[in-house]
Design a protein around this ligand. Structure first.
Ligand code: FMN
Length: 389
């Protein structure tokens, strides 16, 4: 996609998205649990980490391709599962699937997606993964697993950090519910953002499409998701022949048990701070989990990643692959398909620039060596102190 860049930094994308989206929608994307301490800490920890710049290395033609599970991706990052993406922009789901195909990166389709998992697989093809919530009765989840298998998904992600949807104060304040209930407050909000409102009305108010079997929409966002328990995981492992990933792991004991259950990859994440406000920053737990599961267990990381430099830091902290949530939504809300493409390119360029500074030619070689020693020692100390508490 040519023409001048619509986005030259994450901050750009966020500012544009904020202008374009009704407050209720921006807050749904940006908001977190409780007082939003965890989500702020997720961001802050990246600022506190320094990288070690090295000179005189031969760094032409950087290699960013990443072998992860049985995939060969062009970049070491991908798109995290997010429900109701078409709230950011009417064609967001399709744009995400197609951009993932174009950039050869994974696109994770949420159970609560605003397009059906079948359509998303058709649009995205090979590298489209399906994310499962056990929302309400487990029969619904097993049905969803069958549909994912029938439509050709090869990788399934079970999200385990939402036993119940947390209290998200912004959503409560704005009256955000699915499906929408539109009162005076929401009407005023929409009227103040006519571009979004008209485009959305023309295409139809987004709904969680995976639950629309027949005419009845039976998705209840606040239903318990606690059906995802250890027994369910064991059953799922027996049933699902493809790659199985467990998302939302923040504890070394859980990580070890998941590894022992024969799961193919662990996704270290605190859901971007959207679930437990007293969670430690997700990045802080990553080296601990790496220590507990050993060097060969594939680890994905998300929560707080905003730039290529952050991606490099997460890789240096022990991740094999990195995912992004909110920034992807902000980019697409800011400038639709072009915004998304520009942001993905921007991340790639940022990684290349940082790798050159670190004297690293191949992103698969990024390790703890890239961390500025004093800071990693400080973090090690912090981790150590935490362990003693
Ligand atoms: C608007 C929004 C919707 C989300 N929906 C889901 C979802 O349906 N399933 C899921 O596993 N995670 C969901 N997440 C969490 C993301 O997959 C990811 O863990 C998180 O956004 C990472 O943090 P970041 O936003 O700081 O990158 C959602 C996040 C956002 C922002």
């Amino acid at each position: 996609m040519s023409g001048p860049k619509s986005i030259i930094s994450f901050e750009d994308a966020k500012a544009k998205a904020k202008r374009k989206l009704p407050r209720m929608i921006f807050d749904f994307i940006e908001g977190s649990a409780g007082r939003e301490i965890a989500s702020n800490k997720n961001l802050q920890i990246f600022n506190d980490i320094h990288l070690r710049s090295r000179v005189l290395a031969s760094v032409g033609n950087p290699k960013l391709n990443s072998k992860f599970l049985n995939y060969s991706f062009d970049l070491p990052f991908g798109i995290a599962p997010m429900g109701m993406c078409n709230l950011a922009w009417p064609d967001a789901d399709k744009n995400l699937a197609e951009a993932a195909k174009k950039f050869n990166i994974p696109h994770c389709v949420s159970t609560a997606a605003s397009s059906s998992l079948e359509d998303l697989k058709k649009w995205g093809e090979g590298q489209t993964w399906f994310q499962l919530y056990v929302n309400g009765p487990t029969e619904e989840a097993w049905n969803m697993v069958d549909r994912a298998e029938a439509s050709g998904y090869k990788t399934l992600i079970l999200t385990v950090d939402v036993p119940v949807v947390s209290r998200r104060v912004r959503d409560l304040r704005n009256g955000f519910v699915v499906p929408f209930k539109i009162g005076l407050k929401q009407l005023v909000d929409f009227a103040l953002h006519p571009h979004w409102s008209l485009s959305t009305i023309i295409k139809g108010i987004p709904e969680p499409k995976n639950f629309r079997q027949g005419s009845k929409n039976n998705f209840d966002r606040n239903a318990s998701r606690a059906g995802a328990n250890w027994e369910f995981l064991v059953e799922l492992r027996k049933k699902w022949q493809g790659n199985l990933i467990v998302k939302g792991v923040m504890d070394v004991v859980d990580a070890k048990r998941i590894q022992n259950a024969g799961i193919d990859a662990i996704w270290v994440s605190n859901h971007g701070g959207r679930q437990l406000d007293s969670s430690p920053p997700a990045l802080l737990t990553l080296p601990k989990i790496r220590d507990s599961v050993g060097p060969n267990m594939p680890l994905i990381f998300d929560s707080g990643v905003r730039s290529g430099e952050d991606i490099v830091k997460a890789l240096a902290f022990g991740a094999n692959f990195v995912m992004l949530g909110r920034p992807i939504m902000m980019a697409i809300a800011a400038s639709s398909e072009k915004g998304l493409n520009d942001y993905l390119l921007l991340l790639k360029e940022e990684i290349e620039v940082v790798m050159a500074q670190l004297g690293i030619k191949d992103s698969s070689k990024i390790s703890g060596d890239a961390l500025y020693t004093d800071i990693s020692k400080k973090l090690q100390k912090e981790i150590h102190t935490e362990n003693k508490l």
